[in-house]
Design a protein. Structure first.
Length: 120
């Protein structure tokens, strides 16, 4: 089996919706492909062509939200409870505007803290 795999010819699937200019949404495309591909032709992932950029951007944004919410709200998410509690705590604060200051730094700091926890 290994020899067959090593010598197998790779055939790249030509898809109408392949992009030339979008190099950042490969994860979204991959997840959608895994979601829709059933090994049969014709195969339609539902994506419009890149020449309809606004429509494809809208599709990608929708899918990002869908996949993000499924991951964040999953029972396997170790910090799911924190995700649910954070908005409740935010609503209790009177100085919400102050909380939004330096948000990019705070997010970066929280990511660092989270990944340091994961290493332990």
């Amino acid at each position: 089996m290994d020899k067959k795999l090593e010598t197998a010819r790779i055939i790249r699937k030509e898809m109408d919706w392949r992009t030339l200019e979008n190099g950042v949404d490969c994860g979204v495309f991959t997840m959608r492909h895994m979601e829709t591909y059933k090994g049969k032709t014709p195969w339609n992932s539902g994506f419009v062509n890149e020449d309809r950029k606004d429509a494809q951007d809208s599709q990608l944004r929708f899918l990002r939200y869908r996949y993000l919410s499924k991951i964040v709200l999953s029972e396997y998410n170790l910090i799911r409870k924190q995700v649910f509690e954070a908005p409740k705590e935010f609503e209790k604060k009177s100085a919400k505007v102050d909380m939004l200051k330096d948000l990019d730094k705070k997010i970066s700091q929280r990511l660092d803290e989270f990944f340091n926890l994961k290493k332990v």
